[in-house]
Design a protein around this ligand. Sequence first.
Ligand code: SF4
Ligand code: SF4
Length: 374
Amino acid sequence: MTKVAVVKTDSYDTHIVEQAMTELLDELGGISRFIQPGDRVLLKPNMLEGVDKDKAVTTHPEVLRAVIRQVKAAGGAAFVGDSPALGNIRKVAEITGIAEVCLQEKAELLAFEKSAVTYHSDGLFIKKFELAQELQQVDKVISLAKMKTHSLMGITGGVKNLFGFIVGPYKAQFHLRMQKQRDFAAMLADLNEAVKPVLHIIDGIVGMEGNGPRNGTPIKTGVLLAGTNGFAVDMVMANIMGFNAEKLPVSAWALSQKLAPKLTAIDIAGSAQATVVPYAPAKNLVALRAAIPYWLADLGQNQLTAKPVINDKCVGCGRCAAHCPPKTIVIAKGRAQLDLKNCIRCYCCQELCPHDAVDLKEGIWLKFVQRLTK
Ligand code: SF4
Ligand code: SF4
């Protein structure tokens, strides 16, 4: 039976997190079940952007520290790597406190800058990825995600965290190639199977609700989660957040392809297994997807998705324009101007805006169908 451990942890105090991490991994049989002496282990935290750790955008450095210590205790060598959506990894690591922990715990920080082809012949949707070359230089991967809402996928947990293995500019290409939400979810599922982390660990001590994954609100949740099946771990996480876990895009795809058991068939263990802390959802189509068939949602994607709208907080910095995959944003008169005709609803602009200046607005059709399906 697929097992997911959830333990209670109310603080980022080093010793408390360390104890909780031991309790968490013991629920799964202990770290030595996953890491053997001599293993080179790549830890992949969520390092979306260099912002203060208390904003809950990135995996907390104390959770990273606890995992590095576990890996070392099992005789492995720990490496930490990512390709942040924004900025240089060293700068991101410095601001988030991750660099300091790497230095103190002697874990090398790796910047994912070059890709190598990774074949995934069993892929259901994608059989060849260009992934960070560091992946080929390690024996094991541990995904170390943050518990957050996500405008495109509903949530970002262990599986979505692996998108960081796609190096810098290639991320936009994936959005352009996989414009339908279900296609993007299927790609993420293949990515998870290609990277095959031995463990998915999620920092849900303080998560992010609302306008995630960058501009939401920190919410104290008091849990750490772990398991070997990333889809199952994410479903348990979504359930704690009060969402319809099986209907979220990645879970729905994983269930349809039998990559994960149903929520009721997951063995949930640990001191916080019954926790539920309702999160405000990211404002988009995800909730609706639970109620209407995929073919209809795909057909009317633009009418049935919230559209990005620039609000008064815009300072014209140009970040959204630089990262918009179809290049449908220009900066004019000191503000971002958006051409909705070519917008693919990837929400990269909303995700990456440093000023929370992109709102997601429900159109008339979306409101109509929402009312019908209530
Ligand atoms: S919307 Fe945000 S990212 Fe885009 S120009 Fe305005 S402030 Fe910058
Ligand atoms: S305008 Fe925003 S949502 Fe639309 S394609 Fe560009 S980045 Fe994606």
